[in-house]
Design a protein around this ligand. Structure first.
Ligand SMILES: Cc1cc2nc3c(=O)[nH]c(=O)nc-3n(C[C@H](O)[C@H](O)[C@H](O)COP(=O)(O)OP(=O)(O)OC[C@H]3O[C@@H](n4cnc5c(N)ncnc54)[C@H](O)[C@@H]3O)c2cc1C
Ligand code: FES
Length: 610
């Protein structure tokens, strides 16, 4: 449950967090404003001495009897200094002369006198203006309204009822500011000051959920042991074995550490792209003996069969007692290798091939399908340090990259071998895609690892460790189907070369998807291999409609493979599948294969998570 709560917590937190900032800031502004000023008390004249009510010449009962409208209430009233009756039908009110009962209109002169009696200050009133349409400053009032603006510093404005001459509102700039921040505070953008509006209810519920999920995540992501200094915690011994069962070494750890941390402290850096964040799934180890129940992060990255065999994410595996674990990388985990860059060749605008000559010859464990962890040092680069050939100038100039590209701390990134080591004369060949960061309005920093690789020039030194991974060609001569896209070309290309070089005679199909011809790497190389080896076929699938030329397959690679090969294949059960590409392509292809009834054991894949 934790990973999706983490994601949701992050996004809800962003939205509610913004609202919290608005709530806090608007609440602060409201509390700093002087209430008397907001209510315009400083421009309010003291109440005038009540005038004696004159002898009425006509009684209210007679007036009511003469009225054509129903009258609910009659009361004595002063229109400026003029005594009148105010009559009301419950909805609106009007004035009647106390001498003859005739209707008394509220004139501009009356309004000017009313405003002058109400106001103290330096401002001079403008001529009263009968409003054509009521504005938000007099929301809540109906009927005709007069407006009198004063020329003081606060822009005082009085609103007088056109029905009975009463002052409805006293507004000024401080009130206007107060009213604006109150709108933000209540999230009531209709300015009705409604506490029950749906937005505020949603934000309140979201805030409560955020607090509760935060408490959950706090307890889920911290272990009690982490609050106690390592030296006060009991010592434990972790014995590390290679995947072949050979003992590698024993390391000392403290109860409460994660296996990832314990090994790291002892110089054994497990493969990781997320630095122990439980999101890359690369730090998998196998617990010998009794493994703890799998967590949700374990279940997300490790399939059910491997979970049953005791595989767990090391960054989520606490050390509680002396224990034994198996690491797939074996002794390679301790080995840091150094290589010199031989060449960096732009294969497509954003796929670059790097050939690295290692200082010490590589062993047979560097097999197609394996990946290395390139040690990316902390760096500060200029945009110009990322070179590209003239023919890719337009592609690069359309990227929005900052002038300075910074990686504050060293990180490690995984890159697959893209050619068998023997075919590359003992060198390491990598194919790396440049991650420009999210472009457009939502700018995100360019990828740390790919930026570093793209700054490399021949002669530069690079450190790496490995090889790692269990993506490999299975023994036997079953018909093989390779399906890939993007940088997924790398391990698939290495595997295809390896098979054909070793004289494999089974049928081998390679279906590769790109958006357009410009973004498709090694097309000529694959066509040449297909011409040379009768058992190898190469199919390039392009998703952009404009690229639909003669002989090119258009569409999505998994659909094209389905139509062109799988639907009419006589015996899919005797095939092996090797997949590598962007997450969406990988997911779509895996679910297609599952729909076709192809067993999980027939499918091998590498998930780059990019
Ligand atoms: C087993 C394996 C094999 C692989 N093989 C290859 C290979 O052969 N070729 C290849 O090209 N790749 C390969 N990868 C992927 C590679 O390891 C990297 O993940 C990839 O190059 C991106 O790393 P990066 O350091 O450039 O980007 P990162 O810095 O890790 O960033 C990843 C993405 O997140 C974005 N981002 C960065 N910071 C933020 C932020 N603060 N908020 C939001 N987004 C952000 C970046 O723009 C980028 O798009 C492989 C991965 C695995 C697991
Ligand atoms: S280090 Fe990435 S999941 Fe463990």
């Amino acid at each position: 449950m934790t990973p999706w709560i983490q994601k949701l917590h992050k996004w809800v937190g962003l939205i509610i967090g913004l609202q919290f900032v608005i709530w806090a800031a608007s609440g602060l502004v409201m509390s700093l404003l002087d209430t008397a000023t907001v209510n315009n008390q400083h421009h309010l004249a003291p109440a005038a001495q009540a005038l004696p009510w004159p002898e009425a010449e006509i009684s209210p009962a007679v007036i009511v009897a003469r009225e054509s409208r129903p009258v609910q209430m009659v009361e004595t009233h002063w229109l400026a200094a003029e005594p009148v009756y105010r009559l009301s039908d419950g909805v609106s009110s009007w004035l009647a002369d106390i001498r003859d009962g005739s209707s008394v209109p509220v004139t501009a002169a009356d309004v000017a006198a009313i405003a002058a009696r109400d106001y103290v200050g330096d401002g001079r009133p403008a001529s009263p203006e009968l409003m054509q349409e009521n504005t938000w400053e007099v929301r809540g009032h109906t009927g005709p309204i007069w407006r009198v603006a004063f020329s003081d510093d606060d822009a005082t404005t009085l609103y007088v009822s056109g029905q009975d001459g009463t002052i409805l509102e006293r507004r000024n700039d401080t009130w206007r500011l107060f009213d604006f921040v109150m709108m933000l505070h209540f999230m009531d953008y209709t300015r009705q000051q409604d506490f029950n509006n749906p937005l505020i209810v949603m934000a309140g519920a979201g805030g409560l959920w955020l607090a509760l999920s935060g408490i959950w995540l706090f307890f889920a992501s911290f272990r009690l042991g982490e609050f106690i200094p390592a030296r006060w915690r009991p010592r434990r011994e972790l014995t590390v074995y290679g995947a072949d069962g050979g003992k590698l070494r024993s390391v000392e750890s403290h109860s409460g550490d994660t296996v990832y941390l314990a090994l790291g402290r002892n110089g054994l850096q497990l493969p990781s792209n997320c630095g122990g964040g439980q999101s890359c799934g690369l730090c998998v180890v196998r617990v010998r003996g009794h493994a703890p129940p799998p967590s949700s992060a374990d279940r997300m990255h490790i399939d059910a069969t491997r979970l049953r065999s005791g595989y767990r994410l090391a960054c989520n595996l606490p050390v509680t007692s002396d224990g034994q674990i198996e690491v797939a990388g074996g002794a390679a985990l301790w080995t840091e290798r150094v290589a010199t860059v031989v060449s960096a060749t732009a294969v497509t605008p954003f796929l670059r091939e790097f050939v690295l000559a290692p200082e010490v010859p590589l062993g047979p464990e560097f097999q197609p399908g394996a990946y290395l962890q390139v040690h990316v040092p902390g760096y500060r680069l200029q945009r110009n340090d990322l070179d590209h050939p003239e023919l890719h100038r337009q592609d690069w100039s359309s990227l929005s990259l900052p002038e300075n590209l910074v990686c504050k701390e060293p990180v490690r990134r995984s890159y697959s071998l893209s050619l068998p080591v023997e075919k590359a004369g003992g060198n390491v060949t990598l194919l790396a895609r440049f991650s420009p960061g999210r472009q457009g309005k939502k700018q995100q920093p360019a990828g740390k690892g790919s930026t570093y690789l793209y700054s490399l020039k021949p002669g530069d030194r690079v450190c790496f460790s490995g090889p790692f991974g269990d993506f490999a060609i299975k023994p036997g001569a079953k018909e093989k189907v390779f399906i890939g896209g993007g940088a997924g070309m790398a391990p698939l290309r290495a595997m295809v070369h390896s098979l054909l070089e070793s004289g494999a005679e089974e049928r081998i199909h390679f279906w590769y998807g790109a958006r357009n011809m410009r973004e498709a790497p090694y097309v000529e190389e694959m066509e040449a291999l297909a011409r040379k080896h009768a058992n190898f076929t190469w199919h390039l699938v392009l998703s952009e409609a404009a690229e639909h030329g003669a002989g090119l397959i258009r569409g999505l690679v998994h659909e094209a493979t389905d139509e062109g090969l799988l639907q009419n294949h006589p015996d899919l059960k005797s095939c092996e599948f090797y997949l590598c590409g962007p997450p969406a392509m990988l997911a779509a292809t895996r679910s297609l294969l599952a729909r076709l009834g192809i067993a999980e054991e027939q499918v091998a894949y590498d998930d780059f998570k990019i």
